[in-house]
Design a protein around this ligand. Structure first.
Ligand SMILES: Nc1ncnc2c1ncn2[C@@H]1O[C@H](COP(=O)(O)OP(=O)(O)OP(=O)(O)O)[C@@H](O)[C@H]1O
Length: 257
């Protein structure tokens, strides 16, 4: 099977700091791939390169075998790569529905015809409701409720639902459970598995090893700006994964990427 999203030899420098140093990456269809690494290892830089937020200085990214040169997150989104950033990128004062369609509102011709298009609110509300129901989120939310009135987990749910609604190829999640309590984290982990069941592959960046080991099919271990190894969570202990991540243990040759 060919990787759906693939990177080879990515380099990203910030002045004298080399955040990505000949980094490779492979995401296969239908999988949850966790990316783990110590603070400053370059995980965010990798995700930013894959989601169009930064342009790598060197290297190649392909989606379905086609070379991609994202100049902005919008271009990555147009290619079907949706990212749920740590800050969620939601507008607190707007409703759940408005947030779901932020920047890609559906419009229809207004009373003055084609050139004066107006928001198609009924259509957006219908689609938002469908998406949230599909992901089991409708029980707790009224789509007209402002996002600022939601709990952290519910906000994360809205951001994930938005990504799942528009991400036709890949969903990337940066530390989705970092700010959440036990119950809310559980719901987000269930959401990740729901999205996977719907056929979308997920890249999950997380420092939370129990969460990673619970939902990941494979784990990309990132160290010093590059991929050190890819391991199977069923075949490795959590402590060995952490030891590799911190440099206390070398990956077995077979697991090295
Ligand atoms: N915009 C920037 N300007 C300068 N240096 C940066 C910038 N972004 C990242 N870096 C540096 O690049 C290196 C990798 O950072 P990055 O944020 O990618 O790591 P990370 O693995 O996501 O870390 P963390 O887990 O702490 O979020 C670090 O040394 C960081 O200081």
């Amino acid at each position: 099977m060919e990787p759906l999203l693939k990177a080879r030899g990515l380099v990203k420098r910030y002045g004298k700091v080399t955040a990505l140093d000949q980094c490779d990456f492979d995401l296969y269809p239908g999988e949850v791939l966790a990316v783990i690494g110590d603070n400053g290892a370059g995980k965010s830089s990798l995700i930013k390169a894959l989601s169009g937020a930064v342009r790598p200085d060197e290297g190649e990214i392909t989606l379905d075998g086609q070379p991609m040169h994202f100049n902005s997150p919008l271009e990555a989104r147009k290619a079907g790569i949706e990212t749920v950033y740590q800050n969620l990128a939601l507008s607190p004062a707007l409703s759940i529905c408005d947030n779901m369609f932020l920047g890609r509102e559906i419009r229809r011709p207004g009373p003055l015809g084609q050139y004066f298009r107006m928001l198609d609110r009924p259509q957006m509300r219908k689609m938002a409701r469908e998406k949230l129901t599909e992901l089991g989120l409708m029980t707790i939310q009224n789509i007209d409720q402002p996002v600022e009135t939601l709990s952290g987990g519910q906000r994360q749910g809205v951001a994930v639902a938005r990504a799942a609604a528009f991400g036709s190829r890949v969903v990337i999640m940066d530390e989705p459970t970092a700010a959440l309590g036990v119950k809310e984290s559980r719901r987000v982990l269930e959401l990740i598995l729901d999205v996977k069941r719907r056929g979308l592959p997920i890249v999950l960046i997380s420092h939370n090893m129990p969460h990673v080991f619970e939902v990941a099919d494979r784990i990309h271990i990132h160290r010093l700006g590059a991929r050190l190894a890819v391991v199977d969570p069923k075949e490795i202990s959590m402590s060995d994964a952490v030891a590799m991540m911190t440099g206390a243990m070398q990956p077995p040759t077979a697991a090295a990427a």
